[in-house]
Design a protein around this ligand. Structure first.
Ligand SMILES: *Cc1c(COP(=O)(O)O)cnc(C)c1O
Length: 386
């Protein structure tokens, strides 16, 4: 389907709302019926029509259609957060006694889901190095029900071979799921590689303005209906119509925002890679990435997110560099209009910091919509102080 059609027209039946160009926010909790027969029909299957806004809602429906089409999926569900779009399907599809294989170092709350939350319900997880297909092969048992991927992840940007892993999983009757937040559907299409379920934090690129927290899950209608009729409705992490509207607005500019952030990131990375005080820049298309060819095969481009390692990677140097930045805001998240810095050491107790631990010394940068020269000047002055 044409990207312009998806973003400008799909799902927007303007005759239903006064030919307004922008869709309405249908700010209602419930929908009414004329007859008991109609009401009974609606209650019998909430997935089929508007009944109550914890389930379906017309503003959210427009968003779901666009998000499904962007991923090349049959259907989409939206959630109150990205982590709800990860946790709820996983909880819906697994049962006591099942096992999960998860790539190591995914998003922090995904680790917590697999390490702490699911074991409470008798579900266990093995974490594997996702860059090695043999590690998946070796970890599969008769109880493995799900392989969970995040390619690339959002601190060290390791990639997994989506096609090979999807084939392996299918041969064993195992479901596959990926967190595709880093790429968004503009730069990577996991369903075309055979992955069953695709989750994203819509808080990041899809929203794009740092003003809404939301999540999306796409996949087959059958799987999504199962998830909807069970944990989705039961846990109730639904998106408010107002937030769905903000996402619809964000989506209009998704391709041009990504284009800009990606092009600026390339310029900033080029500058940093030449800088004598920078030891390394980590991103999927880096020449130093051992899986560069694979990254280029399954991703169209990298976005605005990457990490750097300083030559002098002491806690003092890292803190001084980050504290000195004037235009990169120090914050979690990414995908908005503003450039950000997130040193990994901020998430580590000072006494546990180990300069020889590769993960501790990463400084993650996100490039927003500012001009490259504006950001490079800021990096220049902060690096000069070291
Ligand atoms: C932010 C993020 C999430 C969680 O999304 P929320 O919208 O914050 O709940 C999940 N995965 C990745 C890769 C993220 O960056």
């Amino acid at each position: 389907m044409d990207l312009s059609y998806i973003l400008n027209e799909l799902g927007e039946e303007r005759a239903n709302y006064f030919n307004a160009v922008a869709p309405p926010i249908v700010q209602t909790s419930n929908f009414c019926f004329n007859t008991v027969a109609d009401f009974r029909n609606a209650l019998a299957n909430e997935y089929q029509g508007n009944l109550y806004s914890r389930g379906l809602n017309p503003t959210i429906d427009i968003l779901r259609k666009k998000l499904a089409a962007l991923d090349g999926a049959e259907d989409a569900l939206v959630f109150a957060s990205g982590i709800a779009a990860v946790s709820i399907p996983v909880m819906a599809l697994l049962q006591h006694g099942d096992e999960v294989i998860c790539v190591e170092n995914p998003y922090s709350w995904t680790i917590k889901l697999f390490k702490d939350l699911l074991p409470k319900f008798g579900i266990s997880c093995t974490f594997v190095d996702g860059t090695d297909i043999n590690q998946f092969k070796d970890a599969i048992t008769t109880r493995t029900r799900l392989i969970y991927l995040e390619s690339p992840n959002t601190f060290s940007f390791d990639v997994q071979d989506l096609t090979a892993i999807a084939q392996l999983a299918k041969a064993h009757g195992i479901l596959t799921m990926i967190d595709n937040s880093y790429c968004s559907p503009i730069y990577q299409q996991p369903i075309a590689h055979g992955i069953d379920l695709v989750a994203q934090s819509a808080t990041k690129y899809l929203g794009g303005h740092s003003d809404v927290v939301a999540g999306v899950l796409t996949g087959s209608k059958a799987l999504l209906e199962q998830i909807f009729n069970n944990e989705y409705m039961n846990i109730g992490a639904c998106l408010a119509p107002q937030n769905a509207w903000l996402l619809l607005r964000g989506l209009r500019t998704l391709p041009i925002r990504l284009e800009k952030t990606s092009a600026t990131a390339e310029q900033v990375i080029y500058y940093l890679e030449q800088h004598p005080k920078v030891a390394q820049v980590l991103y999927p298309f880096s020449k130093a990435n051992k899986d560069l060819a694979l990254a280029k095969k399954q991703m169209k481009k990298c976005g605005g997110l990457f990490s750097i390692v300083l030559k002098e990677a002491s806690l003092e140097s890292i803190e001084k560099f980050c504290n000195s930045l004037q235009h990169f805001l120090m914050a979690v998240s990414w995908g908005g209009y503003e450039s950000l810095v997130f040193p990994a050491c901020a998430g580590i107790n000072k006494n546990d910091f180990d300069q020889n631990n590769k993960r501790h010394i990463l400084i993650r940068l996100y490039i927003g919509l500012e001009d490259a020269s504006y950001l490079i000047k800021d990096l220049e002055q902060a690096l000069a102080l070291l």
